[in-house]
Design a protein around this ligand. Structure first.
Ligand code: AMP
Length: 415
């Protein structure tokens, strides 16, 4: 089957086209056929597509909404000059898998999309006002452009965390607020964590129930997840992605009284406070320069910029604190696993984050750590390190495509 995986943001549409099926999954032989992104949907959009092994296709053109962006993707996918093997017309796209951010308490697994599921995603807009509406636009566009005969599935970012115990997911607020509004920790990056746990199990030849790791998804958005006996036990993002680690533009954990203080002292409205927390804080806010980790590391190295160093140090210190907390919360773990743009590529951040963790048995192998970049996976801890460290580049799209195949074929939904 050719499965189109869509990840729609408020002003972007990312896609991958994968060739997969039950027998290909069992042989680990599924293949990516093409991938790309449309950015700045709604204005002069930037289009960047590539078929596997083919040249990059880049253009800028006005695409007014998600439907227009998806239409542009589909026209490129089936164009004869794109030459994707086995894909000549829209009939060669057999299913669509959507990344949907918030599944609330209802969606614990991938589901086939129908009107009731769409209603359920709409019900969760309150919990993810930026993300779920964009996901719904992508679903509507795919239905319209590919027709009702092409099955579509939703894979939720929150679903992997549905196994968290109440001691992890409840906030210590009056309990009736949980009852009334389902106000609780949901967690995000769930598909990424599920992939990391799956791949770690393969690489270490462990059984699912023996997977006890702390996974750090460090990208522009960043979070940590305690994975105990193969399931999510705790995670750092909460009701929304604002909580937890220091991120590109989000500050993560802080005293909620700061909001009231700023409201009184600076007259900031809730909308302005939301922008401050989500768009102007984190690495960007601390450094005053950029949210981009690579640029910060360069700035620190080339110009000795003090605030660039401070931003990176605080980023690492917060993540280190979560490693310690999760080790205590889950009663020990076998490995720390790094993923996401920073986790996969920056030996420097991994080394600074793990500094001082020798006492609990984690020592990195400097050469291995340096070599693990640009999509390479492998162990980066020293031989005999009691707590191992791994780099496992994430692949959410692969799991979304596989989940979609299993749902469409009525196969058991596997971990
Ligand atoms: P993501 O959101 O997962 O795409 O990750 C984006 C982040 O990864 C940005 O902050 C990038 O600067 C960072 N990143 C990518 N490559 C590197 C690298 N080689 N060294 C440091 N940071 C990197």
């Amino acid at each position: 089957m050719n499965v189109l995986v869509l990840n729609c943001g408020s002003s972007s549409v990312k896609f991958q086209l994968l060739s997969t099926d039950l027998d290909l999954i069992s042989k680990n032989a599924d293949r990516r056929l093409a991938s790309g992104v449309v950015e700045r949907v709604g204005s002069e959009s930037l289009v960047s597509f590539q078929a596997e092994g083919g040249p990059k296709f880049r253009t800028a053109e006005p695409l007014r909404d998600h439907r227009a962006a998806l239409d542009r993707i589909l026209r490129w996918v089936v164009a004869p000059e794109t030459a994707i093997s086995g894909v000549r017309s829209l009939a060669d796209i057999h299913a669509v898998g959507h990344r949907v951010v918030h599944g609330g308490e209802r969606f614990k697994q991938c589901v086939l999309l129908d009107d009731s599921v769409i209603d359920g995603i709409e019900d969760n807009i309150e919990l993810a006002p930026l993300h779920n509406p964009a996901n719904l636009k992508g679903i509507a566009a795919a239905r319209e452009l590919l027709g009702p005969g092409v099955p579509q599935c939703a894979v939720f970012d929150t679903a992997f965390h549905s196994t968290m115990p109440d001691t992890s997911y409840l906030y210590a607020l009056p309990y009736q607020l949980y009852r009334r509004y389902k106000l609780r920790r949901y967690g995000f990056h769930g598909t990424s964590y599920r992939y990391v746990a799956y791949r770690y199990r393969q690489l270490t030849e462990k059984k699912q129930k023996d997977v006890n790791i702390i996974a750090l998804h460090l990208g522009n958005g960043a979070s940590a997840c305690a994975i105990k006996a193969g399931d999510s036990f705790d995670t750092s993002m909460g009701l929304t992605p604002t909580e937890g680690l220091v991120m590109g533009t989000r500050g993560g954990d802080m005293d909620p009284a700061i909001l009231e203080f700023l409201h009184h002292r600076e007259g900031l409205s809730f909308e302005q406070l939301d922008t401050l927390l989500n768009k102007s804080s984190g690495l960007l806010g601390l450094s005053g320069l950029t949210n981009d980790m690579r640029e910060l590391l360069e700035e620190e190295k080339e110009n000795g910029d003090r605030r660039a160093r401070l931003a990176v140090d605080i980023f690492c210190a917060r993540a280190r604190k979560y490693v310690g907390a999760y080790l205590a919360a889950m009663g020990g773990a076998d490995a720390v696993v790094f993923t996401g743009g920073i986790g996969e590529n920056s030996a420097e951040v991994r080394a600074r984050l793990c500094k001082g963790l020798d006492w609990l048995g984690l020592s990195l192998d400097a050469a291995r750590n340096k070599a693990a970049t640009g999509g390479k996976e492998g162990r980066v801890s020293a031989e005999g390190s009691r707590l191992a460290a791994w780099v496992i580049p994430t692949n959410e799209e692969l799991l979304i495509a596989r989940d979609t195949v299993r749902v469409v074929k009525g196969a058991p939904r596997r971990w």
